[in-house]
Design a protein around this ligand. Sequence first.
Ligand code: NAP
Length: 301
Amino acid sequence: MPAQLINGKSLSATLRQQIAAEIATQVGKGVRRPGLAVILVGQDPASQIYVRNKSLACEEVGIQSFYYGLPESCSQEELGALIEQLNADPAVDGILLQLPLPKPLDASRVLESIDPCKDVDGFHPYNLGRLAERRPLLRPCTPRGIMTLLDSIQTEYRKKHAVIVGASNIVGRPMALELLLAGCTISVCHRFTQNLAYFVKQAELLICAVGKPGLIQGDWIQEGATVIDVGISRLPDGSLRGDVDFESARMKAAWLTPVPGGVGPMTIAMLLRNTVEIWQSSATFISTPQFTGTEGSARRC
Ligand code: NAP
């Protein structure tokens, strides 16, 4: 039987409606809107589209987005000064730095200068460290979105061998930490992994985040596996393709995310969710609840 598709688009739409309702309720009581600052350095066309989509998603749910476009020639110090200003701005709950940065800017240095409490992408070493030591606060959006997708199909984490292909700071590594926290046994594959097919065949839960279209072939996939395809590559004909060969994988997997319409919309939903959770925990939020976003993780290992 062909795999069932995990519909990230529809789950994301439901989550966005919930977020919009939460914001509207509080704004109706006189609370200020949540605010997200989005910084784009340079003119990379793909980054411009991502930033526009994120800003539109914010506006749709009632988050105020503040856009800062800096020229490619901007210096590390100018970028640092903007971050300092946003760190101090009470109307800004979250700060998003669109990556990659043009050379020679040092993204790690900039990310580290963001107030960890406003680190809406969860990339600050403090937040990654919290995730590593099983006390997550702000969690990176793509892995968090994948966990939400997996929760939606009642994944039994503690019994699963999860294989993550790709070990980047923004997807593969935090994904491994999330799944370890959830109780999976994990293997992480990367560029130097010998015999990738062997590892993929061991996966009951497979997460692919490489950016090489069709890298994972269907006959590598274990019968009945859950397969999450994070990769998005644009082919010369303009279509989008994941890392997994969709048609052949569909004949082996039990669950599979499509590209597009799988992980991508969940990343944006988690960006909105993280922004709202920071807002709810901020000093300017009247009748402040405790930080709630990570309690779902505490039930894990
Ligand atoms: P990245 O920074 O380029 O990382 C790719 C990772 O894959 C690296 O760890 C790399 O190893 C590893 N790799 C390269 N070739 C490999 C191979 N043959 N076998 C196994 N591993 C290999 O990319 P990223 O930012 O993580 O993104 C990965 C993909 O996900 C891209 O297509 C991106 O567009 C997509 N993405 C989607 C979303 C979404 O919301 N849907 C979000 C983020 C990213 P080395 O480190 O050794 O080079």
